[in-house]
Ligand binder design. Structure first.
Ligand code: XMP
Length: 310
């Protein structure tokens, strides 16, 4: 791929499509939406409004960090606090697709309100080729594939969608990000799914359970950073396991550590994590999160497993 040519072509196309109208971008801080937003910002300048929907399912300090990075790129990110709305929608839901649906519907409700407020006619989305292929193939319904969920954005919300990265795979998106001057901490970032930590919680998604998986995720990311995995994270199981505390039996949570190597997320292999790193992970997670009594390492490739747990 000729990256420069791709950027020029997409900027021209975005400018032409939007014309004198306004566009809005919902940034998640992940590679895809960051690259799409930066591309649109370069093409549209002040005609683009960039919002960050804080659904309460982000990793530690993520909203603040993303805001700071984009401020340095000249993009003023508006943080929309929708945490209560998302937790309310996810309450009591345990079925994976039900959770995805609740997340997606809430996302578009919150987002729709922002679009109406900003009078934008266009939505910039960081959909990439793998999202489309996997949704059409029935692997999952990505939160951003509107055609799949029967939403007509133009009828429902009055906006049209622009997806400048829809023909690219992850590694190409990173190349575009690099060429656009996106800092390494964003374009080298591990992929992070739209429905965020909800994809890493088996059972109900509550603020307490999110907090737990968030803490474990930070530890996993810290310990595995030197290995530079494609993606590494913690998953919270629904069952409890038995542990010991001060010589007595106690029931606690079970955390699964998942780390995979992949090119495009369509297939993946478990990272061969050295034993000493794995044992350090188990000891840090159980020590720093005392309600966790067991830590396991997942060794299933994709397929047959998917990368995320829901
Ligand atoms: P799976 O779990 O299907 O994930 O093997 C493949 C890749 O996609 C990411 N992922 C998502 N990304 N919205 C996204 O933007 C989603 O709903 C979603 N679900 C999974 C996942 O992290 C992995 O990199």
């Amino acid at each position: 791929m000729d990256v420069r040519r791709f950027i020029e072509r997409q900027m021209e196309e975005i400018k032409e499509t939007v014309g004198k109208d306004k566009a809005i971008s919902a940034l998640s801080g992940g590679v895809d939406s960051s690259v799409a937003t930066l591309l649109a910002h370069r093409a549209l300048g002040g005609q683009l409004r960039t919002i960050f929907i804080d659904h309460g399912l982000m990793r530690e300090k993520e909203p603040e960090e993303v805001k700071a990075v984009f401020a340095r790129l000249g993009i003023d990110l508006e943080i929309v606090d929708a945490r209560n709305e998302f937790f309310e929608a996810l309450k009591g839901k345990i079925d994976p697709e039900e959770k995805r649906k609740a997340f997606r519907n809430t996302f578009y409700k919150v987002f729709g309100r922002q679009v109406l407020k900003s009078k934008a006619r266009y939505l910039i989305q960081g959909t990439i080729a793998a999202d489309i292929i996997e949704t059409r193939g029935g692997v999952k319904t990505q939160h951003n594939i509107l055609e799949q969920i029967g939403i007509d954005p133009e009828k429902g919300f009055g906006f049209k969608i622009i997806e400048p990265l829809k023909e690219l795979f992850k590694h190409e998106v990173r190349e575009v990000g690099k060429a656009l001057g996106l800092p390494e901490i964003i374009f080298k970032r591990m992929p992070f799914p739209g429905p965020a930590l909800a994809t890493r919680i088996i059972g109900e998604v509550t603020p307490e359970r999110v907090d737990l998986v968030r803490k474990a995720t930070r530890i996993v990311e810290e310990e595995l950073a030197p290995l530079q995995p494609f993606q590494a994270f913690a998953v919270l199981m629904n069952d409890m396991g038995t542990g010991i505390e001060e010589g007595k039996r106690k029931f606690g949570h079970i955390i699964i550590v998942r780390s995979v190597e992949s090119q495009d997320a369509m297939t993946a292999q478990p990272t061969p994590v050295p034993w000493d790193v794995l044992t350090r992970l188990a000891s840090r997670i159980t020590r720093e999160i005392p309600s966790v009594v067991r830590v396991a390492y997942e060794i299933t490739p994709k397929p047959p497993a998917t990368i995320e747990y829901i």
